[in-house]
Write a protein that binds this ligand. Structure first.
Ligand code: NAP
Length: 342
């Protein structure tokens, strides 16, 4: 039940304006700007969260720069994830003061998202932070870490284990890949990082990569099957790099595919699948609630990254546009997290 002071607080919140990074459509492209909003301007939902952090993802950068048609409804507050504290709730399962994370379900794409001092969502979109993760750790992990953990989980379910041999990670300095290297090195895997940024060798070896190599150029076509080197692959790149790792995967190996930084086309033969039994596993981070909980619990325990400080950089809301530009050009490293007021 609410007391008089709760009512006053709620009224204050309803009247107050707050900052949000909102995308609008201009000449068929999405264009973002920081604007002042009120709670009533946000999409509906029974839970109001005061944002503390919001991780930045490649998808946000595509939306913010207008490089790809990500936003499904304009105007829309950007940001496909948020971590914060519940300040209002219509649900018994989600209470004021709870520390939560929200991602997926259209947040930052068709429902106002996380780059906002307040986020409003339906109660069943909310995941409580698991014991063992604080709010900054959860945001540093975010959608990127969730994706990396789903990739590891699916690969293990398909027979991958450290004794089967080295695992290759493409787009290695990116958010998902950096976290995958950190978590898989903790499980004892030998990891080959594939990166265009060879000047980041020290960063990648500090995360746990045993070797750092350069990717082939898109012009190198290669044979339908190449020497089988890797027991598994975590692929952030897609395009010619995904085809390259599939052609070099050992018999019975597993390849987790979730990214398209190098392209969306897959131009190759079926030979790796029918002659070597290579398994191509699709990863979508918009997981169902029970599986989402399982993955977040792993992220707080056996898959908990141990080098988050090296991977993560905090930024302000104002720094988003410049970060997006660098991200779509492939010039960022690791994770960026928007820090709202202390
Ligand atoms: N399926 C899902 O649910 C899901 C969830 C999260 C992310 N994703 C996707 O996964 C990918 C990685 O996400 P992220 O957040 O880790 O992004 P990110 O931090 O921007 O990392 C992407 C990395 O890919 C490499 N790269 C960028 N442009 C490239 C190009 N043109 N050719 C080859 N490599 C390139 C770069 O690594 P190097 O410079 O080290 O080579 C870059 O750091 C994105 O495509 C994203 O959309 C999908």
């Amino acid at each position: 039940m609410m007391g008089a002071s709760d009512h006053n607080e709620q009224e204050d919140r309803t009247m107050t304006t707050f900052s949000a990074y909102r995308l609008e459509e201009r000449e068929g492209k999405s264009v973002g700007a920081i604007t002042r909003m009120r709670l009533a301007d946000l999409d509906e939902g029974g839970v109001v969260i005061r944002s503390v952090y919001a991780g930045v993802n490649y998808k946000d950068a595509l939306a913010g720069t207008g490089a790809a048609p990500i936003i499904r409804r304009f105007p829309c507050v950007g940001g496909i994830e948020a971590v914060g504290v519940v300040v209002e709730s219509d649900s018994d399962g989600v209470r004021e003061g709870d520390e939560v994370i929200v991602h997926g379900r259209g947040i930052g794409v068709s429902h106002d998202g996380g780059f906002s001092e307040y986020v409003r969502v339906p109660a069943d979109w909310v995941t409580h932070l698991p014991r063992g993760l604080d709010m900054h750790e959860a945001a540093a992990i975010g959608v990127a870490g969730h994706t990396a953990a789903v990739a590891v989980d699916l690969m293990e379910l398909n027979g991958l284990k450290p004794s089967r041999g080295p695992v290759v990670v493409t787009g290695a300095t990116g958010g998902v890949a950096s976290l995958a290297i950190d978590m898989m090195s903790g499980l004892g895997y030998e990891l080959v990082a594939v990166s265009r940024k060879l000047d980041q060798r020290d960063y990648l070896t500090a995360l746990g990569a045993t070797d750092v190599i350069q990717p082939p150029s898109p012009e190198e076509s290669g044979r339908p099957l190449e020497s089988a080197e890797w027991a598994g692959a975590v692929d952030a790149a897609g395009g010619h790099l995904l085809s390259w790792v599939l052609r070099k995967t050992r018999p019975g190996g597993t390849v987790a595919c979730f990214g398209n930084a190098a392209g969306i086309k897959l131009d190759m033969t079926v030979l790796p699948f029918i002659l070597r039994g290579v398994r191509l596993l699709g990863v979508n981070a918009d997981t169902e609630p029970a599986y989402r909980l399982h993955i977040w619990n792993r992220l707080a325990t056996d898959l908990k990254p141990t080098r988050l400080e090296a991977i993560t950089r905090d930024i302000t809301l104002d720094e988003l546009p410049a970060t997006f530009e660098r991200m779509v050009e492939g010039r960022t490293t690791g994770r960026h997290v928007v820090r709202f007021a202390d």
